[in-house]
Design a protein around this ligand. Sequence first.
Ligand SMILES: [Zn+2]
Length: 307
Amino acid sequence: MSFSGEVKEELAAHIDSSRHCQIAELAAIFCYNGKVVRDNGGKLQLSIQAENEQVIRKSFTLLVKSFKIGTDMAEKAACFLRIRDERQVNKLLQALKLPQTWPEAEEGRSVVNPLLIKNACCRRAFLRGVYLTSGSMSDPEKSYHLEFVCAAKPQARQLQEIIRDFGIEARIIVRKNHFIVYMKEGAGIVDLLNVMGAHVSLMNLENLRIVKEMRNSINRRVNCETANITKTVNAASKQIEDILLIQKTQGLGSLPEKLREIAGARLDYPDATLGELGQYLDPPVGKSGVNHRLRKLNELAEELRGK
Ligand SMILES: [Zn+2]
């Protein structure tokens, strides 16, 4: 199962004990995946159509718990749920604060009534419902991306505001007539999983992040060391070039003793770092001393090249 699927599985199994939270989550599911229809006799029905069966499973559990709606009043399939009992439908619409014409009523279309999500606990439940119906996230081994697909702009705005209420930054983009609320940062995604109560997924994600970070820091260090070695080698080959030029033109014997000494050491130890090179001198010289003498040799070589 994908990571995103695991999150949904965990959220589907999370059943709130408070009725206010159950109703908030049901309201989110209905607003994102449900609609009011009329049967041939003109009676009201409420249906939910979902891409995954977790939504149907969870909706049914919540309906049983908070409204005592049983199989005698509802039809259920893997991706479909319909409540046939008109009395129950009206009761439900009233509790969810939705009009009978919903979602055709233009005003406040597909937005959960703010009165249902006043409490923080209910806002968490709302986010669970929205993730179940419209959320998904990328494989965290590859990248960090979590998104919700919203049908309308007010819906996306409401969702963004509720996520921000928990101190998590989320952005909105438009994609193919849909409004996508998304986040791209590992820390924000971890926070959101925590808010929704997906604690097992959160632990799994944190473990992945630690492994990934360690791998990155090792790679960075290896790259850094390689860069330093390359730098040493490049500098050394330039120094050797200078020394060979001096040797060829005026001879190393013409150099003051300190310079002659460092020139000989460099030719003997072409791979040595400046610090190591200093240790080969008698008496040993520090890195900056070595650097100073090599610079003198370079100036001399440049002068010779100018001639
Ligand atoms: Zn609540």
